[in-house]
Design a protein around this ligand. Structure first.
Ligand SMILES: [Zn+2]
Length: 227
């Protein structure tokens, strides 16, 4: 089904790039689409409405840790499909990990969301929701961490922090450093999603959720380049 009439103005609605919403170009009315209706092409198991692949993302080209990360990413994008469902999945896979936290998440460390809130006071908007807090290694507890909200990612170190809005992610560099997979946002080494808790499934889920939120926060954006 490729045509839908706007219930408000009867204009012809357009499907958003992710296929998740119908948007009326005349009056901006939005309707959720049944994701199963979306007709999406894939390359190496990744959806091409979200990514532009400049290199192969087939699991066979990567070592064990990245393979685990990639299959989680693909599972999240292709089976779970929505940020809400991915968040529920993260909640399950994060149980018993004491270095992650989030707002209103059962079974994870709520205090850590408060650590982030205190450190980023004045920056976080009142209605901004912390989806995830992850520590950067065991030697920098409460001092170096990443925070993912519904709007952006923060990368906090002892002295300062950098941030990037999900909708501003144009490129992700996929690589390995010291045997650990990393996914670097917009070519900035300070903005790198690493496997800080060696939970590669979780890292895959993080990449999935920020990419989906990127399109949710800017439905007309260009595809994200994987390099
Ligand atoms: Zn309309």
């Amino acid at each position: 089904m490729n045509e839908k009439k706007c219930p408000n103005c009867l204009g012809t609605m357009e499907l958003s790039k992710t296929g998740r919403k119908w948007i009326c170009p005349y009056c901006d009315t939005e309707i959720e689409n049944d994701v199963k209706e979306a007709n999406v092409d894939y390359q190496d198991g990744l959806p091409l409405n979200i990514f532009y692949l400049e290199k192969s993302m087939a699991e066979d080209n990567f070592k064990k840790d990245t393979k685990e990360l990639l299959s989680s990413l693909k599972y999240c994008l292709n089976e779970l499909k929505t940020p809400e469902r991915i968040e529920a999945y993260m909640r399950k896979s994060m149980m018993n990990v004491d270095s992650v936290g989030a707002d209103g998440m059962e079974g994870v460390n709520k205090e850590l969301a408060d650590v982030a809130r205190a450190r980023l006071a004045g920056e976080l908007k009142p209605d901004e929701r912390i989806i995830l807090y992850t520590e950067n290694g065991v030697f920098a507890r409460r001092k170096e961490f990443n925070v993912i909200t519904d709007q952006r990612c923060f990368f906090v170190n002892k002295k300062d922090y950098v941030q990037i809005k999900h909708k501003d992610i144009v490129e992700i560099k996929v690589g390995t450093s010291l045997g650990m997979p990393y996914w670097q946002l917009n070519g900035d080494y300070k903005q790198t999603i690493t496997s800080n808790c060696t939970n590669y499934k979780l890292v895959g889920a993080i990449i999935a959720i920020i990419c989906l939120l990127s399109f949710e926060n800017d439905p007309d954006r260009e595809r994200i380049r994987l390099v």
